[in-house]
Design a protein around this ligand. Sequence first.
Ligand SMILES: [Mn+2]
Length: 319
Amino acid sequence: MKQVIEAIAKYNKFLITAHVNLEGDSLGSQLGMKALVESLGKTAIIVDNDAVPDHYKFLPRAEEVCNKLGDGEDFEAAIVLDCPTLKRIGKVRDLIAKGKFIINVDHHISNEKFGDINWVDPNASSAGEMVYKIFKEMGIKLTKETALVLYIAILTDTGSFNYDNTSSVTHEIAGELLGYGIDPASVSESVYERRSIADIKFLGRVLSTIKVNKAADVAYLEITRKMLKETGADLVKAEGFVNYARSIDKVRVAIIFKEDVNDKINVSFRSKGDVDVNKIASFFNGGGHVKASGCVIEGSIAEAEKKVLDKVEEVLRSK
Ligand SMILES: [Mn+2]
């Protein structure tokens, strides 16, 4: 963290980015970092591969998230948040590839330490928590808006303080953030309770694909292009669906297979108990956290299911 603070002091113009498929932590940590840099009288531009999903557009200053640099806009250093590999920032990689200084701030255990400076803390609940720690260390006062985006980063990445990345420190920080005048009930409503009827029907459709293995300790769901077309939904709406598979009694590994364009299948894993799904995803060149990870597999959804389930069985039965 000390090196990160020194680098922030050294440079004046920053590009801030995070992983593809923006969600609560990637957005909250970026908006928080932008506020931090600006409070020092410096400039920061957020450039991401993807647009802000509709359900996160209520975040204060979400409209400042860009998908490219404006004419004549430049920067000296890039701050990459919540991102285990440079590949995961998508096309933004082209912008920072030209010898720019890279500051890597992340909490994924699979982080490849791709930066010139790497602050990787797998014990942090979220990248948002890490950004908050920088504010505190530097003695910078937060605004209510910044407290809100950092609270949402922590709230969403801990599954509303349910996952085991939740520690007493997480609760202390969340408590301090509430002290800025955040109302947890209204935040929860904004984040979790503004689904459309179509979203719920899409969820129903996805849940109806549920299958379990013979031992009933692996449950999996799938989303095909056909389902997306027929329901008019997009993959962003499927954030968190895999948790329904994990919520089944005795299930130790839950998986969702999502058919993407170009014959690629996005696979997300969640585990319960002591199963390390970061290891399973890493086997397929992916990664993430011990209990939440992902990878991409080329081929049909049936092929991906076969490959992944075989590997999961091997891991579970070897214990
Ligand atoms: Mn995160």
